[in-house]
Design a binder for this molecule. Structure first.
Ligand SMILES: C[S@@+](CC[C@H](N)C(=O)[O-])C[C@H]1O[C@@H](n2cnc3c(N)ncnc32)[C@H](O)[C@@H]1O
Length: 464
């Protein structure tokens, strides 16, 4: 049973029952399985959740080779890890009906985001037996936490976690958590409200795509070399790309194919003067293609925190580039793309322009996609100007593909907090309804000349 938050994150707890919450979100088998999947070190040390009640969680940190040091006692950091997740589950048990972002497969508008703000552990005696880790939240505290959360307020919870082995108290921890409806992490209005967690999510997804671009594609006809991309991805992007490629082995081919298809659109416009990168992320095209497109100005549109990350990455490149780049902060949810560009003196709507809307449509709802695509039209006055965009098939978002790898990949994206929410069965029709006329659509399968049902679920479009 899932609660849907309203815009402020409010919902109605009384409609939902503890038992349904237990079954759907916090029972020991489920939480053990989900947390071990998200945090593989928990599996390595054989940590498990043993009991969950409303406002209570217990877990077991076994005494084994993996979890102990040279003295055969538990490593302090692993005890802290066990405390973190035990306290987190106890807190989650109080938020009846609410799934946790990053743990349960769920969307922002229904989930809570929970993270540890700080902790302190007092170690009393070396832990030389299986450790029981317990967090009991007093009733009046759990009621207060739940009331605050369901009133749409931020929750700060200071929880005690106790460790016992061989019948004696081994350590005590105080864990301070922060919890909030995930939907509130999105920028409310304007650009200055991006929370650190929201920023971290954005960076993770842009780094992940850069990480996939830094992987070798399996398909022979694609080859996009870009040392800048590997630098942009960093270890974080490489790790996320590896995780998601394990779920969907076709991922590298799909992302490389879309990138190469977009490159061909750019290079196929000999008079090209401007590229508008909508949701630029860590796309390093301006560097990779500068030598071949020296007369192009790249307008890099993204949220301010992402542009900051872009500049941080670029500042680390060994050589400077002569690429003409114009970073433009924008919140596409609250601001108009058309207005942003047409009010700039350095943008010329009459110059040959390509609007590149790559790897973004799946994260925005239909009306926002429609607005972005419609708003792009007035930027494309020159007869050679074009829009490039990509869409996943509607069945991907509806969970109807019946392809396990796709389901696992989407779950991975959910866990990353970057849900796919929009897909399109007929991109040609959709683009027509946004005012475009000359439209070409190719599936990744057609482009790669390969038959794989996964490739057919991704489409690249060029329109004017
Ligand atoms: C998956 S990344 C794709 C990046 C890039 N186009 C690529 O293919 O590498 C999606 C991008 O959309 C940006 N984005 C998300 N929400 C946005 C918003 N409200 N306004 C502007 N950009 C946004 C993110 O910051 C991120 O850079």
């Amino acid at each position: 049973m899932i609660l849907k938050h309203n815009l402020r994150g409010n919902s109605q707890p009384h409609l939902h029952h503890w038992f349904a919450h237990y079954q759907a979100h916090v029972n020991p088998d489920l939480t053990t399985r989900l947390l071990r999947k998200s945090v593989p070190v928990l599996e390595f040390i054989d940590w498990k959740v043993t009991e969950v009640r409303e406002g209570f969680a217990a877990s077991l940190l076994p005494l084994n080779r993996e979890s102990t040091n040279q003295h055969g006692t538990h490593q302090a950091a692993l005890m802290a890890l066990a405390a973190d997740y035990t306290g987190g589950i106890a807190l989650a048990s109080c938020l009846t009906g609410v799934p946790m972002a990053g743990v349960h497969p769920c969307h922002d508008d229904v989930s809570a985001s929970l993270w540890l703000a700080d902790m302190s552990v007092r170690f009393r005696t070396p832990s030389t037996g299986h450790l029981t880790v317990e967090c009991q939240i007093p009733l009046e505290v759990s009621q207060k936490l739940s009331r605050r959360y369901f009133a749409g307020k931020k929750v700060f919870a200071s929880l005690n976690v106790n460790f016992h082995s061989n019948g004696e108290s081994v350590a005590e921890a105080t864990m301070r958590y922060f919890a909030q409806p995930s939907i509130q992490l999105r920028p409310a209005s304007g650009l200055e409200h991006e929370s650190p967690i929201f920023q971290a999510k954005l960076k993770a997804s842009a780094r992940m795509i850069a990480g996939v671009r830094a992987q070798q594609p399996k398909h022979r006809i694609i080859r996009v070399d870009c040392p800048h991309t590997a630098a942009a991805a960093s270890e974080h992007g490489r790790l996320l790309a590896q995780r998601l490629s394990e779920e969907l082995p076709q991922l590298a081919d799909l992302v490389h194919a879309r990138t190469q298809h977009g490159d061909e659109a750019l290079l196929g416009m000999p008079a090209l003067k401007q590229v508008v990168m909508v949701g630029a992320g860590l796309d390093m095209r301006p560097f990779r293609l500068n030598a071949r497109l020296p007369n192009v100005t790249w307008f890099e549109l993204d949220l301010p925190s992402m542009l900051k990350e872009r500049e941080r990455v670029v500042a680390g490149f060994p050589e400077t580039s002569s690429a003409k780049r114009q970073p433009i902060p924008i919140d596409l949810i609250n601001e108009s793309l058309e207005q942003k560009l047409l009010t700039r003196s350095d943008f010329d709507r009459r110059a040959p322009t390509l609007v590149l809307y790559e790897g973004c449509s799946m994260y925005f709802d239909e009306s926002l996609n429609r607005r972005i695509l419609t708003d792009s039209q007035p930027l494309l006055e020159h007869p050679e100007s074009r829009l490039w965009c990509d869409f996943v098939d509607q069945s991907v978002v509806d969970g109807r593909t019946q392809i396990d790898a796709v389901t696992r990949f989407l779950r991975g994206m959910d866990e990353l907090g970057e849900q796919f929410i929009f897909g399109c069965q007929q991109p040609g029709e959709f683009l027509k309804s946004c005012g475009y006329r000359q439209i070409s659509v190719r599936t990744a399968g057609e482009y790669l000349q390969a038959s794989d049902s996964v490739y057919d679920l991704y489409r690249f479009c060029l329109a004017r």
